[in-house]
Write a protein that binds this ligand. Structure first.
Ligand SMILES: Nc1ncnc2c1ncn2[C@@H]1O[C@H](COP(=O)(O)OP(=O)(O)O)[C@@H](O)[C@H]1O
Ligand SMILES: [Mg+2]
Length: 233
């Protein structure tokens, strides 16, 4: 589904030498596979997710999505406009802090990606309601983010990420803000969704216990990914 080949990226601060962050990442993600990435703070996990999500440009390497070249020879194969459309249609993002729009209700937040893509609000809201109901939030459709618990906010963020039926969801420490009970529920939910919907998930987490709920866990160290374990499922 997603393939990254020999991805490198370094950052250069003014007047300093370039610091390599990703030193040759190779990654192959299957359809419906849930992969977790653990690693020390500053090891480059967020940078990698941003690169895989085409939010950040690597220095070199290749990215293939559904067998199509997305990045090679140091540039994207799509125009910036086409790349933005690709991202809206194929990839869902979940961040550590939910990043919901505070002036919009749960259903409006979830409807937003489809509304942006189609310009049609009623069908977007209908599907948003269905998604929220399937995530156990049928009583919370018209609540503002500030009227939801942390766990509910992250479930709304997952519903929003799933709205355009993406092939891939990228989640950066999605439970960073939650207690252990809600964190576990969130990981169980993502594991269920990856299998039911054949959506691939790449999730950065600091918690190896939750990583064990995934199909495969990878360790980020010194700018490289190392195999963790194959979870028995
Ligand atoms: N925009 C940037 N400019 C310069 N350095 C950056 C930038 N973004 C991240 N870094 C550096 O890259 C390293 C990896 O960061 P990050 O990917 O956020 O790590 P992680 O998510 O694993 O904690 C850190 O040392 C960080 O300071
Ligand atoms: Mg990070």
């Amino acid at each position: 589904m997603l393939e990254a080949r020999n991805i490198t990226k370094s950052y250069t601060l003014p007047g300093q030498q370039a610091i390599p962050i990703l030193r040759g990442i190779n990654l192959l993600i299957g359809e419906g596979e849930m992969v977790t990435i653990v690693g020390a703070s500053g090891s480059g996990k967020t940078t990698l997710l941003n690169v895989l999500g085409t939010l950040d440009t690597p220095d070199s390497g290749e990215i293939l999505f559904d067998k199509e070249q997305l990045f090679r020879d140091k540039k994207y194969t799509l125009s910036p406009k086409a790349l933005a459309k690709f991202r809206n249609q194929k990839i869902g993002f979940v961040f550590q802090f939910h990043h919901l729009l505070s002036d919009f209700t749960a259903i409006e937040n979830v409807a937003m990606p489809e509304f942006i893509a189609t310009g049609k609000l009623p069908p977007a809201k209908k599907r948003a309601a269905e998604l929220l109901e399937s995530l156990g939030l049928s009583e919370r459709l018209d609540h503002l983010p500030s009227e939801l618990s942390g766990g509910e906010q992250q479930r709304v963020a997952i519903a929003r990420a799933l709205m355009n039926r993406p092939k891939l969801v990228l989640a950066d420490e999605p439970s960073g803000n939650l207690d252990s009970k809600n964190s576990r529920m969130l990981y169980e939910l993502m594991a269920k969704l990856s299998k039911e919907r054949k959506t691939s998930f790449i999730i950065v987490t600091h918690n190896e216990e939750y990583a064990a709920l995934s199909d495969r866990c990878l360790h980020m160290q010194d700018g490289l990914l190392h195999a963790g374990f194959e979870a028995v499922m």
